[in-house]
Design a binder for this molecule. Structure first.
Ligand code: ATP
Length: 287
């Protein structure tokens, strides 16, 4: 990724942090300083509660004018569907999903949710309905409880405990000297990558969005941790439209649909069985 500020890190910064606390505010400010701000159209309306029917219609995108990154993307995702995006590094998976919370505007075509064009909706009302679980989890210096509560301001204690349970954080909490009140992050207990990811999952349960973007971890976790995280993510995806940026094929076999991308195009789409039977790019990757 080199000098590029990866799109999903920016989504993570905004979606996870901008409403809360000084640290989040600073990150948000940094973000605004580095990227042209996307503003609401004067007549933009608050997004209604979204069902999560997503349509990409002839979507093209380039970061700079002479290098197209996405071309002619047509894709309809039904409410509640889990769709995994696979393909070589640089194929455009992350960029495509970064268009959904409107980090960038398509340079061609349009994207709708429930039939409403993204740029008709007030940005904050759209982003409030998109959850993100990425591999870069931002923990601030505070208690574990506060870090989970970040998912939704004003959540009750019972809701926080339930979200922690759903994210399979129970055993960790029991092992900590002060449970949920244990300080984590820089001046507290350092959490492992897998534990941090579960905090992100707990935040997403609290936020309870209709649309979820999962950026699968590229770093290896031990297989027990990986199974636990996978089962928590599977539970999180239930009843939501879920878009997964997949880095390993093993975890997405059961996705409703797998979209294979290459050089900014969709080259194949179907479930695991159909794509294997087709004997194309996915079958070769999986074989
Ligand atoms: P990976 O599996 O490695 O995450 P990907 O399929 O998600 O790859 P993207 O991260 O979307 O691919 O990158 C697609 C292309 O866009 C790459 O060539 C990348 O270098 C380029 N790119 C990504 N972010 C930026 C940016 N902020 N500015 C300019 N180019 C970028």
């Amino acid at each position: 990724v080199g000098v590029f500020y990866r799109p999903l890190e920016k989504i993570a910064a905004v979606i996870e942090t901008y409403p809360r606390g000084i640290a989040g505010f600073r990150r948000y400010q940094e973000l605004l300083a580095t990227e042209p701000e996307i503003r609401d159209a004067p007549d933009a309306v608050p997004a209604p509660p979204l069902g999560g029917d997503i349509r990409f219609e002839g979507v093209g995108f380039s970061y700079d004018a002479n290098r197209p990154i996405l071309r002619g993307i047509d894709l309809t995702i039904r409410s509640g569907e889990t769709v995994a995006f696979v393909g070589p590094s640089g194929a455009g998976k992350t960029t495509l999903l970064a268009l959904l919370p409107r980090f960038y505007e398509p340079t061609q075509g349009r994207i709708t949710v429930d039939g409403i064009a993204l740029d008709r909706m007030q940005l904050h009302s759209l982003r409030r309905q998109i959850g993100l679980v990425s591999q870069d989890v931002f923990l601030f210096g505070g208690t574990l409880r506060e870090n989970i509560a970040y998912g939704r301001l004003g959540a009750s204690d019972a809701e926080i405990i339930e979200a922690a349970r759903q994210a399979r954080l129970g055993p960790l909490i029991e092992s900590l000297p002060e449970g949920l009140d244990t300080l984590v992050g820089e001046r507290g207990v350092m959490l492992s990558g897998g534990q941090k990811q579960r905090v992100a999952i707990a935040r997403a349960f609290l936020k309870n969005p209709p649309i979820l973007i999962l950026d699968e971890a590229t770093s290896a976790l031990d297989s027990q941790t990986e199974r636990e995280i996978q089962s928590a993510l599977d539970a999180l995806a239930v009843g939501r439209t879920t878009l997964v940026i997949a880095h390993r094929l093993g975890t997405i076999r059961h996705a409703d649909r797998i979209v294979v991308m290459q050089e900014g195009h969709i080259v194949e789409a179907g479930d695991h069985g159909a794509l294997i039977a087709r004997g194309g790019v996915y079958a070769r990757l999986a074989g």
